[in-house]
Structure formats: structure tokens, C-alpha cells
Design a protein around this ligand. Sequence first.
Ligand SMILES: Cc1cc2nc3c(=O)[nH]c(=O)nc-3n(C[C@H](O)[C@H](O)[C@H](O)COP(=O)(O)OP(=O)(O)OC[C@H]3O[C@@H](n4cnc5c(N)ncnc54)[C@H](O)[C@@H]3O)c2cc1C
Length: 475
Amino acid sequence: MTQVLVVGAGPTGLTLAIELARRDIAVRIIDKTDEHFAGSRGDSIQPRTLEVFDDLGVLDAVLAAGIPTPIMRVHLGGQFVTERRMADPVEPTPDTPYPNLWVLGQSDTEAILRTRLAEFGVHVELGTALTDLGKNADGVTATLTHGATTETVTADYLVGADGGRSTVRKLLGIPFDGVTDESIRMLLGDVRADALDHEYGYWFAASEDRPMEGFALSPLPGGRHFQFAAGLDADTDPSLETLQAMADRYAGVPGLTLTDLSWVTGWRPNIRLAQRFREGRAFLAGDAAHVHPPTGGQGMNTGVQDAYNLGWKLAAALHGDESVLDTYESERRTVAARVLGLSTELLDKLVDGDETAMERGPQTRQLDISYRAPDDHGPLVAGDRAPDAPLRDADGRTVRLFDLFRGPHATTLVFGATTALPAASDARVYRVLRPGLGTADPHVIDVDGHAHSAYAAEDGTVVRVRPDGYIGGRD
Ligand SMILES: Cc1cc2nc3c(=O)[nH]c(=O)nc-3n(C[C@H](O)[C@H](O)[C@H](O)COP(=O)(O)OP(=O)(O)OC[C@H]3O[C@@H](n4cnc5c(N)ncnc54)[C@H](O)[C@@H]3O)c2cc1C
């Protein structure tokens, strides 16, 4: 019996499948391709996604495989002029342990997610395409095609995480509003350039007068490849010859030969948002629901966070509480619309030759995403991200709030020793005590007061934290 059928095994579908599998939901995840995607595409992992990965149990692997944002060596007209970073590194703080962007090729991130999923006994079913969809009040019926054979699957819920050209979205008849801009094209690819030091990134621009005409090479971890990015004329082929011609024209580096082009694409801005993210028991997530320009490095991150928002709600619905499912569209469609606006603004800047288009400010880190109601004011209300804080547990060991949150459960924090603990619920409950103020179990000690200040908490404050690390409510 399948409770949830996930269509598409990109970063969105994989995150969702982990979220469901770790809650013991019977999930199947299918992908129409015969082989896993190999390419760096979304190689920027935003700080909020690192927090999600911490909760999913893949952060250590992601940190071990990736690199911080590299220093870019800027060349104008073949001459080195300066070094620059997309964003200056920021020191971690008690409430934000991972404040910086992390670089890892998307196919490597996907491989790490697949390994985690396999720990729950779930494997991606390759070569399996969804080709038709029927729905009724109790579930969905999907037609899957494997080569010449077809299979009919019924499931309680179905999620289309099947990318920008989503078959699920089309079969549901959900309009995908927006534009495809035929006037701009970008050339992206993964290529070796062994004449260059792989510790650095490079921006090779035409001249001081034309600083945005040229190409970028960003080092990819785990080998010698760089991600190549440049503007592309409408009638030029995305090929190794095209990349080499650009290198010859702009780089001015003797012996700069590009080799081993393992992935290449001519990307056209496609900027669209699905009118609805839900149709009965079928949902859309990730690129199936919103497609972005790559500027700002938001697309994959937004898809991962869609899945992280939807997973625990589907599990709750399957355990009898369908009410939370309604919040998926209202919360995530609003975020997607905002992210589309941001990445489009950065694309416009890039096209206008504005160098700040490459910078990564606080607005791209996704830490400030909040689902709070528009008229809610004040510190840390329902819908805000629940911050981290260093603590000590009952055995005197150092722990963090994120350690208490990690896992599929919700968490209730009861500040101070006097308020009664809430009656039985599914949440894990902890008292957060200042040093020397009792040891009623289960408790943690807020040694430096960071938890009290981050949560604007006084004695008696109760904060409910959702399984996805957002505030569910406070008293
Ligand atoms: C050139 C480029 C650069 C990018 N750079 C960045 C970046 O720096 N940072 C960032 O965050 N994002 C970036 N993105 C965006 C990012 O790659 C996407 O947002 C991300 O891949 C979306 O993930 P997804 O899982 O929603 O969809 P996808 O990764 O598209 O996965 C969808 C999957 O569904 C499968 N599928 C499709 N139809 C069916 C069907 N009918 N049945 C079964 N399976 C099906 C496909 O085979 C595919 O594996 C970039 C994208 C591009 C193209």
C-alpha cells in the first residue's frame, strides 16, 4: 500500500521522501530518467537549507563534500585586477550556527539525499514515468509507465516534484503563470580548466568599459571541474567549442584549454508561478510549482523548503489531522512569489551590467522567511523561524536547541520552573531554566541566557515549535 507517491527525484522529491519515510509513512518515489542527473545546476546551498539539512541528518555529509564560497579573481581585458567574494564570510552566532552560503554541485547534494533516504529502506524507482492521473475523494490513481509496461497505483496523496515541465501540474490543469524570455540566454556547464588554480573562482570580463561581458568559472568541490556561466547569443550552440571560444576571447591566460565538459545547457529565463499548489489530494512542490532564474541561487533551496514544509503536514493528515494541509499553499506560495521577485530583480541587474547582481546579501540566505500573519507584529510570533541557542542538558553536557528540535517531532519549550508542563501531546517538552533555578525534568539550562533573549521569553513563556523549525504558537 502506498500512502504518498512522490513524482520526481530531484532535491525536492528526495527531501519530501526523507521527511515521509522517517515518519514511517509508506512512500514511493519515482523518476522518469534512467540515470541520476549529473550536473552542478543549483550549486549554492543557502543558510536556511543548511539548517533543514541539519534536521534531516545530512548536514555533516554536505559540509564534508562542499566548500565555502570561493574568492573570485577578477580579470579585465586579460589583466588580473582584484579579488572579490560573492559574500564576505560571517561569524556564526548563538541563534544562527550556519550563516554562510555553502557550495556543492546539485548532483552531489542529490546523491547525499538518496543515501539518507536509503537508510529508511526507500530507493528511487528510475525509468518510471507518471503518465496519467485520476483522483477521487479518498485518494489518487496514477498510471506509471516503465518502458513498454504500465502500472496503476493508488495512493492517499500524490506530490508532483517533477520539475518545471511538470506532468502532474499539466494533468491537474493548474495554470503556470509567467513569462519565458526569448531575448536572454545563459550558457552554463561543468568543465575542467587545468591551467587555473582550482582554489579560486574567476571572472574574465571584456574590459573596464564592459565589466559584465565575459564569463565566470566557479570551482566545484570533489574534483577539478568549474561551473562555467556566460551570456549566450540566441543562435549559438551550447558546446565545448563555444566555451573554448569564449575562453580564448576573454581570458588572456596562456594555455587555457577547457576539457571534459560533463554537463552543459543553454538556459532561457522561464519565470513562472503555479496558480495553485494543491488540487484535492495532489500537491505541487519545487520547480513544478515555481521556476526562477538562477540569479541569487534560490531555486533548489526553495524546492527543498517546500518539501520540508509539506512532509510533516502530509504525515499529520495521514494520522488524522488534515487541517494543517491547508496551510501548505498559503505559506509556500507566498514565499515562492517573493523569491521569484528577488531572483528576477537580480537577473535584470545582471542584464543591465550591474555588478551587484553577483553579490549575496542577507535577503538571499532565506533565514528571514516567516509564515507570520501580515498583521502580526512583535518579536518571534507564530510563523517565525525558531532560532538556535547553546544550552546544557540535565547531565551537564553542551547541547543546542537545534539538537532538541532534530527529528520528526514538534517541541514545546516551557521557560522557567513555575508554569505547569502541558498535558500529553505529540511534542517533546523541555523546561528552559536559568542557572540555579531548579532542575525539574526534562530540562535544559540556558547558561548564557541566549535562549531567553532569542525567544523574547520570560518566566512562564511557552513556545511551541513545529517539526519544521517554525514557531507554531506561544503563550
Ligand atoms: C542552469 C541552472 C542553474 C541553477 N542554479 C541554481 C542555484 O545556484 N541555486 C539554486 O538553488 N537553484 C539553481 N537552479 C535551480 C535548481 O536546479 C532547481 O530549482 C532544482 O533542480 C529544482 O528541484 P526539483 O526537485 O523541484 O526539480 P528537478 O530538479 O527538475 O527534478 C524533477 C525530476 O522529476 C523528474 N520527472 C519529470 N517528469 C516526470 C514524470 N512524468 N514522471 C516521473 N519523473 C518525472 C525529472 O526527471 C527530474 O529528475 C538552477 C537551475 C538551472 C537550470
